[in-house]
Design a protein around this ligand. Sequence first.
Ligand code: PFF
Length: 495
Amino acid sequence: MAESKRSEWNSNIAFIMAMIGSAVGLGNIWRFPNVLYSNGGGSFMIPYIISIFLLGISFVLVEYAVGYKFKSSLIKVLYSIKTKLEPVAWFIALIVFLITTYYICVVGWDLIYVFLSFTKAWGSNPDLFFSNNVLQASDSISGMFTIVPMVFLSVLALWAIGWYIVQKDLNEGIGKVSKILLPLLCVIVVVIVVFSLTLPGASIGYTQIFTPDWSALTNLNVWLAAFGQIVFSLSLGMSIALTYASYLPDGSKLTDNALIVAFSNSGFEVFNSIGIFSILGFMALSTGIPFNELVTEGTGLAFVVFPQVFNIMGPWATIIAPLFFLCILFAGITSVMALLEVICYSISEKFNYSRRKSATIVCIVGFCISILFTTAYGSTFLGIFDAFLNNFALLFAVLLECIIFGWIYKFDDLIDTLNENSGIKVGKTWKLVIKVILPICIFGLWVQGVLNTIASADYISQIVMVCLSIVLILIPAIFTILPAKNPDFYKKVSR
Ligand code: PFF
């Protein structure tokens, strides 16, 4: 194998672009505006900014330092730290894999909307169109045996795109695609935001972002929401940063890079939400619907509210609507390829597969699982997977990583690694954050997530979640037991 093992970014800019591309995704475009609005608008920015430093940058730095130091996949890193930690690494890789299988479907819905948007094919009732025509959603579990052809084809296309990018050499695939899609994404967002500010009623929307509700600051849930947004938005715990940093050449400025990535990601979501809120302000003014009834999360915002806005926008919608859906598509693709790289690298390192072989296996198996979400019951499955994997499993993974790198690994070595070449130095405060403060915050968030998930789980959700829990225990155990085909795998990286 070890094509992928030898891979190295050909420039720092390729690494930064790929990292920003991995972070900027659906979470920035449709999750952030809702979280911002429902947690006090302007005053949310205070917990949010604190979370960027306390949680986001601090944790990204751990992954950077570990990836850069070990120059290996997550599996090999944890195996090298302690042999018994290998199943934990497979557990994290499996969470990332399962998240990819449904995340790619949402990007698939968006791909369909890119085409629909040219003719505004959703008609006068986008809500009904989305559930009846696009998802062909059924309330009955028997819907899981009916594949929705359009969604199926779109998801197949995205797995093919993901495979094509990841099986290529690192710089030719992920590096090149990031360098093309990220600037395009920025141009599109600038066009949308500038245009949205010219709409009548825009100020009704964007002033919400800057109007603080100070009482929100004393609400613990607002702080947890800020932490949660940073975890999602910066893709923490998924070991994307660890994987990408393992391809960095010696002498890289890790801390400086982490700051650039974290600020670009947050800058993107705050800037983008100015556009989203302005457009919603226009909608509120045009239809008389109160602003707070318009702000929804996820699919509701992108595939229902926005098509409604495009319906009343006039001729400009012919340009803005395709741009909006393209923006989500590009953001989604750059995140999908990062998620895939984490899994492919781990598999190729243990089983001695070439990039192409591991990408092919991962994408075929992944596509087979995604088929579940392309059925008439797929969107319900997707909601259950998302609630379980994001609120429960992923946060648990972040917690485990904090404990492993903070307490089991020689943490002080990471401080030296980070300070080696970076202009900005880290020290004892960072250590305290990773070892104590962060685990406490994440634990709080995790308990909240678990309670919410349990409270809202119906009978089918409970069954699916039990099945997922069994899979998350069994598969990592099997992957750990399977012998490595790469003899070097058992030679621990002593760092
Ligand atoms: N950070 C990306 C986003 O905000 O969409 C990628 C991502 C985050 C993918 C969280 C999946 C996920 F669960």
